[in-house]
Write a protein of this length. Sequence first.
Length: 557
Amino acid sequence: MPRRRASGQTDSNRIKQRVRTGCKTCRTRRVKCDETKPQCRNCLQRGLACDNSVQLKWEQEFADRGLAFGREGRWSKSQKPQSEASYTNAEPASVVERCSFPFIQVHLFINFGYWDFDNRFEAGRECGDMLDVEGTSEECESAQVVTWPISPTPCAYPSLANIDSHLLDYFLIRLCPLTTSSRLTPSPFAQLVIPLFSIPGQDDILRAVLALSARHRCIGDLQWSRSAMNLKGEVITSLRKRLLSAETPESDSSWDPQILVIMMFLCLYEIVDNCDHRWVIHLRASKEIIQRSRQLKATHFGKDFGGLTAFTERFFAFQDVISRTACGNSALFGVEYWADADQPGHIDSWMGCSPDLVSILCRIAEVSRLKTGDDISADFLERESAELEQRLEAMQVRTDDRSSDDDALLLAAELKRKSVLLYHHCVLYDACPSTPFVCQLKRDILEGICELVEAGLAAGLAFPIFVAAVELHPTDDQEFLDKRTGELVCGRRLVLETLEVMAKLSLSNISRTRAVIQKVWRMRDMALEDCHSLSLRTGVNDWSIFVGPYSANISLS
């Protein structure tokens, strides 16, 4: 029933009725809302966003801040309104008594051990005998239930008790799957590194893993940057101490195997961070450490941490070959390293190819450097180029040979092979982006990359997409058919969209790769002459003109 108007009360000074279901915009502006849905008249006339969402308020938060909750203490028929001072002098939040958590007792579950099955079977058999003889189950009901105390589950890795478990979980769940193109083979970073934490004295390796996880989390959340820098500083300080102790005369008969592992994660940290010259520093230092360790033949080094040391050596060797061939620099790990590899034809799940293919790529880069320096004859160059091409053709993975179980790994290996073949034609046969064979290879590589990226697998695809992208011609950009929409897509647009998706599915520094690719595109667009005539005039192939000078310190693993 509406309130009666007092005598002498006009429309200007009468009590205004409040609305409780008005929009938040009118509440903020302190005006009355007509509650029209979906947009009130005030917001409609002024072009404002009418917010009709529900706002939750918690009484405990208001009490902690010393404020009244809702209209409590403001309007009351039994007492006068309280003043503002009564709320400002409320008890501070530091002494507010919180709701305490109840103590959880130990719970006993049924069938938690083999002995429970045995006891239950015997008790059931006895009860069955009683039922058969006496026809009653009173004895079974009165039988005592045997309970076994549950001891706390021991931690698999005792040294992980006081670490940030969130970063370790991030490494296992988020980063390790990004290091392999296989659907079946586990990541070597999880298979070889995680069991190491059960051995005492691996705190430095653990901090290096956590530093990498924190730096990768900075990509989406900048609040982890401080933790990443602090962890990296601790790892570098510890690494320096280990290197200094290794240089002492007492350490001539042994070598610390943790040094290479720590440097591997620091190298990955720098690649994820800025991918500049700093990761190459770890690469060069690893070469010296590996050479010295092989000279010492230490027993402690021979433990190999269950294969982790051998994997670390292959990590640096693969990073060196597949990344530094883009800029044409001499490789630190030559063909001799890959000649001694075990199972050279077996496809490595982390590399995404076989050691044989990496050996061919390394040889192509060496022959290309000799060709640029005019240190080889034309006959030798022709024989070497033809032999390398034959080896690449013999490694072709046919479509009917691809296994249904691990087809993603085989497709990634085939893309790597085609990328090396494209690189071979560009640096040894002086092929240009407009060469028909190069155009076909580019199309095949980009279509295969899109197939893997759509399946959520982008590990190891930085090198294939880089080689195909830098060879896109500015005036004859190939158009690709989008299988989802059926529309033709420009090659450069396809590369940029694919790189955007790969940034979330790969440990490679995609932003650095994208920057180099766009730089090559700009330089090609500025070159008015045809690439073939420019190569003939300068005596340098197309790759050395447009790609090599801008690819220094790039990581394509």
